[in-house]
Ligand binder design. Structure first.
Ligand SMILES: NC(=O)c1ccc[n+]([C@@H]2O[C@H](COP(=O)([O-])OP(=O)(O)OC[C@H]3O[C@@H](n4cnc5c(N)ncnc54)[C@H](OP(=O)(O)O)[C@@H]3O)[C@@H](O)[C@H]2O)c1
Length: 305
């Protein structure tokens, strides 16, 4: 397939890029930094130098592709607004293809945080109670899902849990701070995080992109139902010197980190029956049980940089 990918230099997008290229697909990747773009072309990817907020830099290329996989996100105040611009642009590109009778699939990256605190085990049909950090996201999910036109235009929303693996993200930061002797936990740590390994997540993107029957919402988590305290305890046990673990009351954390604090304090038990129905089986089963391997991945990635 010809695939247009945004966010290829990011944590999620770089894993997705690898799995798409490995499966033999032809990837055009939106990259905003020309130096990174030169790097991308070395890996057999066609770089499209541009910016999410400037659809004219990528809309025409997106329209030539069988699939549009959107993993980029601008971490700034205007992030949600830029995401909306990008969604409008890629949905319009896919619709123009469909109008000509050419198939298209649009894959949008959301987050399990749109579920808020879960009650029971939340599958893909669970009600949304987004934590304030992602309060804007359900509307964008809806825009994408409403664009579905059956086999001609498949609309997919992937909701990853907290991604682990490699050298980026919340869990890698936890490993790094533990190595420096201090781990901060928002709240008492009895809450559960829904997590997913980056390579497993990338495999789900490959499946939803290429499976002609895939459309709608897909959850991505290893379903380990891990308490934050258990993750932190395992991370601390594997650190060279035993780090201090400091529990930060939610009010104090909110004052320092804003709505991100509440997202970290969410209690989530999540299931992915729709993802599993595509044959997706996560190979990494938990964070706490994988810390030795994660430390090795962190070391390998850091050395490569
Ligand atoms: N990481 C997680 O644990 C996690 C969990 C659930 C959901 N998600 C969601 O997954 C998405 C990606 O997250 P991530 O962790 O991969 O983030 P990330 O590592 O910060 O990557 C963001 C990507 O977006 C690109 N980008 C940002 N602004 C752009 C712009 N204006 N134009 C073009 N490209 C732009 C970045 O390019 P540069 O390299 O140029 O900065 C980078 O490739 C987000 O929507 C996030 O909410 C992530």
């Amino acid at each position: 397939m010809r695939i247009f990918l945004t966010g290829a230099t990011g944590y999620v997008g770089s894993a997705v890029l690898q799995s798409l290229v490995r499966a033999g697909h032809e990837v055009s990747a939106l990259i905003r930094n020309p130096r990174e773009a030169a790097h991308a072309s070395l890996f057999g990817t066609s770089p499209v130098v541009g910016d999410l907020s400037e659809p004219q830099t990528y809309a025409a290329v997106a329209e030539t592709c069988d699939a549009i996989v959107h993993t980029a996100f601008e971490a700034s105040k205007r992030g949600p607004q830029v995401d909306r611009q990008a969604i409008d642009a890629v949905l319009a590109a896919a619709a123009r293809r469909a109008d000509r009778g050419q198939r298209a699939v649009v894959v949008y990256t959301s987050s399990l945080w749109v579920l808020g605190n879960t009650s029971g085990r939340a599958a893909e049909d669970a009600a949304l109670r987004p934590t304030p950090l992602v309060g804007w996201r359900p509307e964008l999910e809806r825009l994408v899902l409403d664009a579905d036109r059956g086999p001609l235009l498949r609309a997919v929303v992937v909701r990853p849990g907290i991604v682990y693996g490699g050298s980026r993200g919340i869990v890698a930061d936890l490993l790094k701070t533990a190595a420096n002797g201090l781990v901060r936990v928002v709240g008492d740590g009895r809450n559960h995080w829904a997590c997913v390994h980056d390579k497993d997540l990338a495999d789900l993107y490959l499946r939803v992109t290429t499976n002609p029957d895939a459309s709608g919402v897909y959850h991505a988590t290893d379903e380990a139902d891990e308490r934050v305290a258990d993750i932190v305890e395992s991370v601390a046990r594997h650190a060279k010197g035993l780090p201090d673990i400091r529990h930060v009351p939610i009010e104090e954390a909110r004052a320092k980190m804003g709505p991100y604090a509440e997202a970290l304090a969410l209690n989530q038990i999540v299931r992915c029956p729709r993802a599993r129905a595509l044959g997706w089986v996560p190979t990494s089963h938990s964070v706490a049980g994988s810390v030795a391997r994660l430390l090795e991945e962190l070391r390998a990635k850091s050395e490569a940089v």
